[in-house]
Design a protein around this ligand. Structure first.
Ligand SMILES: NC(=O)c1ccc[n+]([C@@H]2O[C@H](COP(=O)([O-])OP(=O)(O)OC[C@H]3O[C@@H](n4cnc5c(N)ncnc54)[C@H](O)[C@@H]3O)[C@@H](O)[C@H]2O)c1
Length: 274
């Protein structure tokens, strides 16, 4: 049995906790919940059949030898704050706020620690499809990886970069390209919404070679990610039209489902897909 601690009890953390509780996430048990807003963890814990402990802080989780995997479902800042400590404590780390890895120094430190401590980082495919094929395609030459992300303008409300560009998202009446550049820059400028850019970059040809276009589109209601890849394998186009998660309209429901499946894969004996 693998013991799990979930850090962040929002949309993804709650969905994952319930899935573990219902036995949908394989042979795993939920040992801890932790949230900077303690009441969120307490409320979630009390709604579950098998009640996990509510941790007071990350150290409580890291000092418990029974915990095998820490799941981050919080923010990119939390990934940076806890990431190395989790791995140094000898625990595997599942990361949802993938955008944190835009910082190359941080990414390289994590890679070194993984090797030193013989532990693992798991990145769920999240809100896009095609990661399986991109990983396989990257075994050979790839000419191009491109992501086009289209979201309703409200999804960009409060984004600093959009504000600095002088764009008022409430006044957008036709599709506006907010950003065109590398996956690394996209993850830096859109820390909340474009985690998938970094996931795609890490799966394929890297964060600097992966091209990203971000569009605020008042004609769409869903978060839409298009992935275009060309290489020695041929060509690939994947379009994912995401419904929002019931508890957080900024998060795609598929991201939470993908986290459940990634956890389940840890104990699956018959594994399908790259
Ligand atoms: N990989 C993907 O495809 C993908 C898709 C959607 C969302 N995400 C990312 O996953 C993360 C979680 O998403 P969500 O929709 O569940 O968010 P959410 O806002 O619903 O929940 C986040 C929770 O984390 C808590 N939190 C914040 N900082 C913390 C810290 N330092 N320590 C402990 N708890 C902390 C918050 O209080 C909140 O309860 C976000 O960073 C989001 O951008 C990734």
């Amino acid at each position: 049995m693998i013991n799990i601690a979930i850090v962040g009890c929002g949309a993804i953390g709650s969905t994952l906790a319930r899935a573990i509780d219902e036995g949908k996430a394989g042979e795993v048990e939920l040992a801890y919940l932790f949230d900077v807003i303690r009441e969120k963890a307490v409320k979630l814990a009390s709604s579950l059949r098998k009640r996990p402990k509510v941790a007071e802080n990350i150290s409580e989780i890291l000092s418990d030898e029974k915990v095998n995997v820490v799941v981050e479902a919080a923010t990119p800042t939390a990934v940076k704050e806890y990431g190395e400590r989790v791995l140094l404590a000898g625990k595997d780390f599942m990361v949802l706020s993938v955008g944190a890895f835009y910082d190359q120094d941080f990414y390289e430190r994590i890679l070194r620690t993984l090797k030193e401590r013989n532990v693992h980082v798991y990145i769920p495919s999240g809100a896009i499809s095609g990661i399986d094929a991109v990983k396989a395609a990257a075994m050979e030459h790839i000419d191009k990886v491109e992501l086009v992300t289209r979201k309703p303008p409200v999804a960009f409300k409060g984004n600093e970069y959009v504000k600095q560009k002088g764009i008022n998202v409430d006044k957008i009446e036709k599709p506006v390209v907010l950003f065109e550049g590398t996956a690394r820059e996209a993850a830096r400028l859109f820390p909340k919404g474009i985690n998938v850019a970094l996931t795609l970059g890490l799966a394929g040809i890297g964060a600097d070679e992966t091209k990203v276009k971000v569009i605020a589109d008042p004609t769409v209601k869903k978060n839409i990610h298009e992935v275009h890849v060309e290489g020695a394998f041929g060509k690939l186009t994947c379009i994912t039209q995401n419904y929002p998660a019931p508890e957080n309209p900024e998060t795609s429901y598929l991201a939470a489902l993908s986290a459940i499946r990634t956890l389940r894969q840890l104990t699956e004996r018959f594994k399908v897909g790259t």
